[in-house]
Write a protein that binds this ligand. Structure first.
Ligand SMILES: [Zn+2]
Ligand SMILES: [Zn+2]
Length: 332
């Protein structure tokens, strides 16, 4: 009897599907790539053809210039070689998708990066029952339990209120996290202008173009220092402590990331106000998802795979780590 899932071939540089002659999120340029989402460790430039959701294609074009793209809407059924495939929402960032592959009588779901909590900037994760679930495990340890999003953002708003002559400078990844922080604040009723480091402008503009209302956004550069007192300013994490931030009014340094759970990471970046806000599933979300979709096997692409593999085996679910290279925590 053939081995479950033997028609796909996970390699260090990505998942290759011989029966469709296509790669998923390859780290090297390939003739044809299926891309789960726009983060740089999954979506690289230089592929011959890119099959992805229209939002992911737009993000890639914003970052890398024109793509030879084949837009695929959520739910649209396609056949490549002898493989049926479709993209379903992953709840990670705008346009993010799981890829559902069917061949013979087997169904494999490649989750890409995903989360289960509400995110007002993208479609929610859709659980798809399958034989093999290929999952990430960025926060695959029981210590990782993300708190409520609005509790974290309440801390930000409280810091702002109690320090009217300072500003709160929030480090946030340019794709997904920055827009989610802004949108969540708008949902919570915060209507003041929010100021942006120049490196965040293009992707925020793109989100707005694609229908995510981010409210009053203004450039933080070329603005009088006094105008920035009592304001929220967003920048990429790399700009938190650089020269650029020195011209701001006594910034309270914050960072929005799942890694802020780890004190040492907050200290490394001199973060005064850690905001635990992640676009990845935490331990409970990872395990609940596996329980919900009941796969026969779990394959773990990247992250802290050992604990999750062990958890699966205790429940008589076959599991293994794939050790895919090149997926970084760029996007936590
Ligand atoms: Zn990602
Ligand atoms: Zn990733």
């Amino acid at each position: 009897m053939a081995k479950l899932g033997d028609w796909i071939d996970p390699q260090p540089s990505g998942i290759y599907i011989p029966a469709a002659d296509v790669w998923i999120d390859p780290s090297q340029p390939v003739p044809r790539a299926l891309i789960t989402h726009g983060h740089a460790d999954h979506a690289r430039g230089g592929h011959g053809e890119v099959w992805a959701t229209p939002e992911t294609l737009a993000i890639m074009e914003t970052r890398y210039g024109p793509q030879n793209g084949r837009p695929i809407a959520y739910g649209e059924g396609l056949r490549l070689g002898s493989v049926d495939l479709r993209f379903v929402p992953a709840g990670h960032v705008l346009g993010s998708a799981q890829i559902v592959l069917e061949h013979g009588r087997e169904r494999i779901v490649v989750s890409g990066d995903y989360k289960r909590r509400d995110d007002p900037t993208c479609a929610p994760f859709e659980p798809v029952p399958c034989d093999v679930f290929i999952t990430e495990a960025t926060f695959g340890l029981p210590v990782f339990r993300h708190p409520e999003t609005h509790d974290e953002l309440d801390k930000l708003l409280a810091a702002l209120r109690t320090n009217p002559t300072r500003c709160v400078l929030v480090g946030a990844y340019a794709l997904g996290k920055a827009q989610r922080v802004i949108r969540e604040l708008r949902v919570m009723g915060f209507e003041d202008p929010i100021y942006l480091h120049g490196a965040l402008q293009r992707l925020c503009d793109l989100y707005v173009e694609l229908g995510v209302d981010l409210g009053d956004l203004r450039p933080a550069t070329g603005v009088a220092k006094t105008e920035l007192e009592g304001r929220i300013i967003l920048c990429p994490p790399g700009a938190l402590n650089d020269r650029w931030s020195r011209r701001l009014p006594d910034p309270i340094t914050a960072m929005a990331s799942g890694w802020m759970r780890v004190r040492q990471r907050a200290r490394q970046r001199n973060v005064e106000l850690p905001l635990i806000l992640s676009d990845h599933a935490d331990w409970d979300e990872l395990t609940r998802t596996i329980e919900e979709i009941e796969p026969r096997e779990v394959w773990v692409t990247h992250g802290r795979e050992d604990a999750l593999v062990h958890w699966c085996r205790l429940r008589q679910i076959k599991a293994r780590a794939l050790d895919l290279a090149g997926y970084e925590d760029e996007d936590d």
